[in-house]
Ligand binder design. Structure first.
Ligand code: ADP
Ligand code: ADP
Length: 229
């Protein structure tokens, strides 16, 4: 099942074209990497696809909902309910515990007690239950990012977007984070779309889309077997 469709996306900054007619489909359960050199337009594409930024033309449909047709308010609520986000710089709230970072997001679609149950369950799955009451400043980079992954999964989003999730980590922590994302994709059956310029990180994905000069230069499938449902 295709859950996300981007059709003929164009985007300029000033007079400089950044995205030139990009189309792509994301199937339920896929783990896709968007790769390309620095400045290729990866983050711009991710931001457009996830409704954080608006393309100049083209359509983005998530579960048959066209993002450009929503009011800002509806889009904000639609994004919060259906999409999870992971950033290079973690973006945990520093003035609250890891558990509370998850709960802040978790009340959106469920009761407080269900959110608490889900937060504990997810922190267990990313192996952070023992530090759930720590504040972000007390966690390592890898722990912060695994916490951010757990936060992104609160409310069971249809799709998780990750922008350079290993970009701020050393190689050991980066590897652990990628193993966690792979687990989230395979075992928790979450669709993940990730931007990375790191080949080792991309090797965990089942499809790599290579972006150059705002166009898709190539599309490599690494593992079909997983996509058969
Ligand atoms: P990547 O993620 O592949 O490194 P980006 O999507 O961040 O690339 O950026 C693509 C190009 O768009 C770059 O040349 C960048 O300088 C430019 N760019 C990105 N965001 C903006 C912006 N808000 N205003 C103007 N130019 C931008
Ligand atoms: P190298 O000397 O090759 O740079 P590293 O210390 O960077 O070795 O990496 C050690 C191992 O960890 C490598 O075998 C690599 O597969 C893995 N690794 C490193 N960084 C990442 C990453 N960001 N994602 C996944 N695996 C990684």
């Amino acid at each position: 099942t295709i859950i996300l469709k981007a059709q003929n996306i164009n985007k300029k900054y000033g007079r400089t074209p950044i995205l030139n007619g990009i189309s792509l489909n994301v199937e339920e359960g896929q783990f896709i990497a968007i790769m390309g050199n620095s400045g290729a337009g990866k983050s711009t594409l991710l931001n457009c696809i996830s409704g954080m930024d608006q393309p100049d033309s083209g359509k983005i449909l998530l579960l048959d909902n066209e993002l450009s047709r929503m009011s800002n308010r509806d889009l904000a609520s639609f994004r919060a309910k259906n999409m999870g986000f992971i950033f290079q710089d973690f973006r945990l709230l520093e003035d609250m515990s890891l558990l509370d970072n998850l709960l802040v997001r978790g009340y959106l679609k469920q009761s407080k007690s269900d959110a608490l149950k889900q937060a504990n369950d997810l922190l267990d799955k990313v192996q952070l239950l023992n530090v759930k009451n720590h504040y972000p400043s007390q966690l390592s980079g890898g722990q912060k990012q695994r916490g951010a992954i757990a936060r992104a999964l609160m409310n069971n989003p249809e799709i998780v977007f990750a922008d350079e999730p290993t970009g701020a980590l050393n190689s050991a922590a980066g590897k652990q984070v990628m193993e966690t994302l792979k687990f989230v994709n395979v075992e928790l059956k979450t669709t993940v779309l990730m931007v990375t310029h790191d080949v080792r990180s991309a090797s965990y994905c089942d499809q790599i889309i290579y972006l150059s000069d705002g166009k898709i230069l190539g599309n490599l499938t690494l593992d079909y077997s997983k996509n058969i449902s």
